[in-house]
Design a protein. Structure first.
Length: 547
């Protein structure tokens, strides 16, 4: 690693022999052990590894945001510009957080305040550190930040709340907040996880530009090795809380030395192998689906302006088939999925297993819910923090199969956890005790436990590291084959979509741009917008602006 010359000012960040220990009901747990690395201004370093390897815990230690005193540091030092951060008082830490050190958190929906508008949350970061800034100056800065993170269309919706935005839009709001005061060190915990490929390229280019222009240090936590290779000078590979390999980007990608690093580099989702029946029964048919949301009201409260989130979409899904839905953040992918499950109001015709369901309500609709499940995009937000994993996964069993015995219910919960490669012994823990990737697997287990006919998977692998991502794709394929499952797979990760999907539907601004067999759409896209998505995904261009 290249360091500053001897006798110069202290390194921007210097971490030595860091340990993090948690007190749990089962005893103490060492989440991070003997971690050592340093970073200078203008440099970038990546922390990579599987979920639960200690990447995010290490990052939160730098900001001193761990749940102390439940968490402690049995060893180590964290120095920022020569100043020890471990044990620093709250007042001094507050002057550093958000000003000197910015952080982009992994889960934007739980990191943003649901009671405050996006404008208030971005402006608050500026006001906390520069309370004398004029109101119009803060407003100009917020608008500039919206342009910086690729959200010019949201300038007219600054009074919106987080739940009114897509996952990708919420992620970009978090990035805007982290960049608000142009920090000296930026910690980015999966900053592009929820972003489509075109916006991902723009955000990565933005971070690179800021790092160079502001001589800013960057710590990137990511499971996407393509992003890491593009962004970082040095890489630390973590496993079970320890750094197992630390090397320059060039050396690590060309000649990795540790077996675990080699495994990560080799892990890729494998494409579908099984043949499908083109004449299989139709599970879901939708025609002329429209969803619109009111955004502006007149003098007497009457809505005068609507956003057409889904605009005249029709599709067909057969048994044991997977339909991949792709498009930029805010294109209407998730809204369409929720409408098809009757979780959002819509107009048009929806037929599930030969039955029209668009007008069903109450108990009649509820009876169908066991056969139609969803894995939500934000696993932490969709898991109750007051319920154990066993209760979360078993809740649906209690509703739809109330007559099964307690032991039968327990067996089904254990089976579901084993299907998603989670230790059944952890079923009595709570969501906050798991990593982001582990929480996503819990969400998948909750959907699988009812053995549904249709599952809508909304970014089911976005929070997973590459090795587990490949395992989950293989798991979903095997489950589909064994149980005749049909999937609607919503994702911005085109590698995973291609591995999973038989058909592809491309969306933009609520409309269907292209629809056809996966091989045809990927290998010979008919529309310019689709071509741009494919090129951005394959890194053929630095940015891809759809026309």
């Amino acid at each position: 690693m290249t360091h500053s010359s001897l006798g110069s000012s202290p390194r921007l960040l210097d971490i030595h022999d860091l340990g993090v220990r948690f007190k749990t009901p089962d005893g103490v747990f060492d989440a991070v052990k003997h971690v050592t690395f340093s970073l200078d201004r203008g440099q970038s370093l990546a922390l990579v590894g599987e979920s639960g390897s200690g990447k995010s815990v290490t990052a939160l230690s730098i900001m001193q945001l761990l749940p102390y005193p439940m968490a402690s540091h049995p060893s180590g030092s964290i120095k920022f510009e020569g100043r020890e951060l471990i044990g620093l008082n709250h007042k001094n830490l507050r002057s550093i957080r958000g000003d000197k050190i910015g952080m982009i958190f992994q889960e934007p929906m739980t990191s943003l305040n649901p009671l405050h508008t996006i404008y208030k949350q971005i402006a608050e970061v500026i006001q906390l550190h520069y309370p004398r800034s004029p109101k119009d100056e803060i407003e100009r800065r917020v608008l500039d930040l919206m342009d910086l993170v690729g959200l010019p269309k949201l300038k007219d919706r600054l009074k919106s709340y987080p739940h009114e935005l897509s996952g990708g839009q919420r992620q970009r709001i978090m990035i805007a907040m982290a960049l608000a005061n142009t920090p000296d060190l930026l910690i980015a915990d999966e900053p592009t996880t929820a972003l489509d490929v075109t916006i991902q390229a723009q955000i990565l280019e933005l971070l690179q530009d800021l790092k160079t222009r502001l001589n800013m240090g960057l710590i990137l936590i990511s499971h996407d090795l393509k992003v890491v290779e593009k962004m970082c000078d040095d890489i630390c590979v973590m496993k079970h809380g320890e750094i197992v390999e630390h090397a320059s980007k060039t050396k690590l990608f060309s000649t990795p030395t540790h077996d675990y690093t080699k495994l990560l580099l080799a892990a890729q989702p494998r494409a579908l192998q099984q043949q499908v029946n083109e004449n299989a029964p139709v599970i879901l048919r939708a025609e002329n689906i429209h969803v619109r949301f009111p955004v502006k009201k007149g003098l007497f409260g009457k809505t005068t302006k609507f956003v057409h989130a889904v605009d005249d979409i029709s599709l067909t899904l057969r048994q044991k088939h997977t339909l991949g839905i792709v498009g930029e953040s805010g294109s209407g992918k998730t809204t369409l999925g929720l409408a098809l499950l009757r979780l959002l109001g819509s107009t048009g015709s929806i037929e599930f297993m030969g039955r029209n369901i668009e007008n069903l309500t109450g108990k009649t609709l509820r009876a169908l819910r066991a056969d139609m499940q969803i894995v939500f995009q934000d696993p932490f937000g969709s898991l109750s923090p007051r319920m154990s994993v066993s209760s979360i996964i078993g809740e649906g069993l209690g509703i739809h199969f109330p007559h099964i015995t307690k032991s039968e219910r327990e067996e089904k919960i254990i089976e579901a956890l084993e299907n998603v490669q989670l230790d059944p012994a952890t079923r009595h823990r709570y969501p906050h005790e798991f990593s982001g990737g582990q929480r996503q697997r819990i969400s998948i287990a909750r959907a699988l436990v009812l053995h549904p006919k249709l599952i809508i998977l909304d970014e089911p692998t976005s929070a997973l590291d590459v090795s587990v991502q490949a395992q989950v794709v293989e798991l979903l394929q095997n489950l589909q084959s064994r149980h005749d499952l049909s999937y609607i797979f919503i994702s911005h990760d085109l590698k995973v979509v291609r591995a999973m999907s038989h058909d592809i539907l491309v969306m933009k601004d609520g409309k269907m741009v292209e629809y056809g067999r996966a091989a045809d759409v990927f290998d010979n896209p008919a529309q310019t917008y689709t071509k741009n998505l494919m090129e951005a995904a394959l890194n053929l261009r630095t940015t891809a602006k759809a026309s």
